[in-house]
Design a protein around this ligand. Sequence first.
Ligand code: A2P
Length: 276
Amino acid sequence: MKIIQQSVKLSNGVLLPRIGLGTWQVKNGDEAYQSVRLALAAGYRHIDTAEGYQNEESVGRAIRDSGIPRSEIFVTSKLESHIKDYDGAKLAFEKTLAALGFDYLDLFLIHAPWPWGAIGQDCRDGNVAAWKAMEEFYKAGKIRAIGVSNFDPKDLDNIITRCEIVPHVNQIAYFIGLDQQATLDYCHARNIVIEAYSPLGIGYVLSNPIIGEVAQRNQVSPAQVCIRWCLQHDTVPLPKSTHESRIHQNTEVDFTLSDADMKILDAIKGDPRRWS
Ligand code: A2P
């Protein structure tokens, strides 16, 4: 079976497809609608969105229009990073469901341990309050799995020591050069699946000459090397593209990087992402 058709089992038994389509920075309307339709046609069964991406309406419509049964598509959305209270989390989840046009969600994540406008702020109590709301929706069958995003080990400890359900997933920025080893080790030891967002470093990693050499040697593209590297580190990559050929190319990762190539890639350190 091809990787794009495979899944990993979360700690609660729910199956999470091995690769997902990322939709961060994909505009609501035609762009988001088309990239989701193209991805579903190319075999993706896992779509990642967030209230903060402001494209849930188009993502949901594309999924509904695809004709593929809802139960065959794994859909993730996220609680906006500034919502750190129980009532706010409940309202936001209902808003997300309405925007997507669904009656349940496969995975709902706390988008970040702090508001994006106040990175590093102590929101321990707020994260626990939001998590309790998510636990209730989970127990009521409205969400099949719950998790967090951008959480480091201490952020996860706060949830695990004070709440009932251990997060099923932690979605983090993860790409060649940004190995986040401490978070990976922490999560893998606790059966928390790591999802890799920006697995191509928002595209900036692709021009790395060492990755280019590894790609040539394996007769694949740099993007395929990046995705394969994530898979071989037991993470679930969420590459984003709005182009049909790339959406398709990012599913063609049924090759193996040798231990020697993995070592070469692991030795790359640094985050080349630029934000302007
Ligand atoms: P585009 O959407 O125009 O195809 P990440 O997943 O790390 O956020 O990276 C997304 C960036 O990488 C986008 O700029 C996307 O451009 C680009 N991209 C996605 N897939 C490929 C690919 N196979 N080859 C080259 N660039 C790609």
